[in-house]
Design a protein around this ligand. Structure first.
Ligand code: ADP
Ligand code: ZN
Ligand code: MG
Length: 475
């Protein structure tokens, strides 16, 4: 059987979170009553003129710079002509041959370009039926979304598996999130992704014919849809067939791929320069000011976490790519002597509050959290006691030191005397295990340590208990 290599190129639409629309002063807002944020411009009434939203341009430049794109000093708006009820002008103002952002790169995927454009209105379909229009089956249009600023990012075909597509899109989303330019919520449509998919026999010098999967609205669906399409194409080729260029819809509930239309070409859109808009000029001073104000990006933050706090690469990545978690970590770690331990304990906190919850919304303040880790690391309390304190902090907040005192959770150590007796009792209680440990069987330590922990209600330090047992047994 021939081995096939899949190739994927992504086209991502990002809704910008500006106060007003791309070419008019209407408010951008979601979930409002339909058709209240409209004006002659975004309704496409004849004679209304567009004026570019400078904030949207600033956001687009921010995105371009974060993706390492060249920023065009002068780019052009074009009209992309098509008829559809969500598009009252019968054209969309977009960019064509001279986009604002040129070639760039994010991670292991090259960016082909990124341009600004306006979103269409929202169509809401209701009723199902025979296909004939009757009362129960109709579509209505909400123009509140019409004219929302979008940035469309187009990648080079550098992705070669469904997993890589998903991972890279996560990298892109977190990078965009750091820029504070968009909600980047796939389920709300503020981040939308189309995937171009092809397969070619391994070693082939040319890419295969691609199809386009439209509008995957979650990371899981993107991965699944791309996988289904790769499988479909491979089966088709194996059966001696050919892939035809077309646009497909993936239904995640049935796993089915259905053809929406044969692929349209650029010339179908009759692109021509937008006569109502001057060229879009970005001065060098403007570009530099935006570059200087760029926030730290997640990948840079991950590298800093490794460097500054000595975290392992994977842990650093985990914290840096989850903004609330990373911010909480830095607040907790500030001035703390045990950054690696703080990161490890943070995993326990997340386990308790759930990974969807921003830890700063929990009852555990970063300061209390850092103090708890310090108590454990400095052996003021045992690891087990630390977990108990964490449970109490999660349930009711408070200060770890006060909880330790109120609950009598302070560590018992050899110097407290009592521990020696408990160790002796453990050995007397399980002579078999004691004999095995004497004989060099380390596993037999388990029940002995367990006994001590039970007697001390977990307040003794595991390492110290081990040392004491060996000392008692003379090994
Ligand atoms: P079109 O002219 O059909 O729009 P483009 O060359 O503009 O195609 O590319 C659109 C998107 O498709 C880009 O993300 C690009 O990386 C991707 N792409 C192009 N060719 C292929 C291919 N053979 N297989 C997979 N993706 C591809
Ligand atoms: Zn308007
Ligand atoms: Mg294209």
């Amino acid at each position: 059987m021939t081995e096939y290599v899949p190739t994927i190129g992504l086209e991502i639409h990002v809704q910008l979170q500006t106060k007003t629309k791309m070419f008019c002063g209407c408010e951008l807002s979601f979930g409002d009553e339909p058709n209240i944020h409209t004006c002659p411009t975004c309704l496409g009434l004849p004679g209304a003129l567009p004026v570019v939203n400078q904030r949207a341009i600033e956001y687009a430049i921010r995105i371009g710079l974060a993706l390492g794109c060249e920023i065009a000093p002068r780019s052009l708006f074009h009209r992309k002509n098509y008829f559809y009820p969500d598009n009252p002008k019968a054209y969309q103002i977009s960019q064509y041959d001279v986009p604002i952002c040129g070639a760039g790169r994010l991670g292991d995927v090259r960016i082909h370009r990124a341009h600004v454009e306006e979103d269409a209105a929202k169509l809401i379909h209701s009723g199902a039926g025979s296909g004939r229009i009757h009362d129960a089956q109709r579509s209505v249009v909400d123009f509140n979304r019409a004219g929302t600023p979008l940035v469309e990012i187009v990648t080079e075909p550098d992705v070669h598996s469904p997993e890589q597509a998903r991972e890279w899109l996560t990298l892109l989303r977190e990078t965009l999130r750091a820029l504070d330019v968009s909600d980047v919520d796939m389920s709300q449509g503020s981040l939308r992704c189309d995937a171009n998919v092809s397969v070619a026999p391994k070693g082939a010098t040319e890419l295969g014919t691609k199809t386009e999967l439209k509008n995957m609205n979650s990371f899981a669906f993107l991965e699944k849809g791309v996988r289904a399409e790769i499988d479909r194409q491979v089966s088709l080729l194996e059966a001696g067939g050919r892939v035809t260029q077309e646009t497909l819809h993936y239904d995640p509930s049935s796993g089915e791929l259905t053809s929406l239309r044969s692929k349209e070409e650029a010339h179908d859109y009759r692109y021509f320069p937008e006569p109502d808009m001057p060229a879009l000029v970005v001065t060098e001073a403007q570009r530099q000011a935006i570059a200087a104000a760029l926030p730290e990006l997640p990948s840079d933050r991950a590298a800093r976490f490794e460097r500054e706090y000595g975290l392992a690469a994977e842990r650093a990545h985990e914290l840096a790519f989850n903004r609330p978690l990373g911010e909480y970590y830095e607040a907790a770690v500030s001035g703390a002597k045990h950054p690696v331990a703080v990161a490890n304990w943070l995993a326990s906190l997340v386990e308790r509050i759930g990974s969807e919850v921003d830890p700063s919304d929990s009852k555990v303040t970063p300061a209390a959290f850092g103090a708890l880790v310090a108590l454990v690391e400095e052996k003021q309390i045992s690891r087990d006691a630390g977990r108990t304190v964490l449970d109490k902090l999660v349930a009711a907040g408070g200060e770890p030191q006060a909880i330790v005192e109120a609950e009598g959770l302070g560590a018992i150590s050899a110097s407290d005397g009592g521990l020696d007796e408990i160790v002796a009792a453990a050995i007397a209680n399980d002579p078999d295990a004691a004999e095995k440990v004497r004989g060099g069987n380390n596993k037999a330590m388990g029940p002995l340590v367990g006994y001590v922990m039970k007697q001390t209600k977990g307040r003794a330090d595991g390492g110290e208990v081990g040392r004491l047992i060996r000392q008692h047994l003379g090994v």
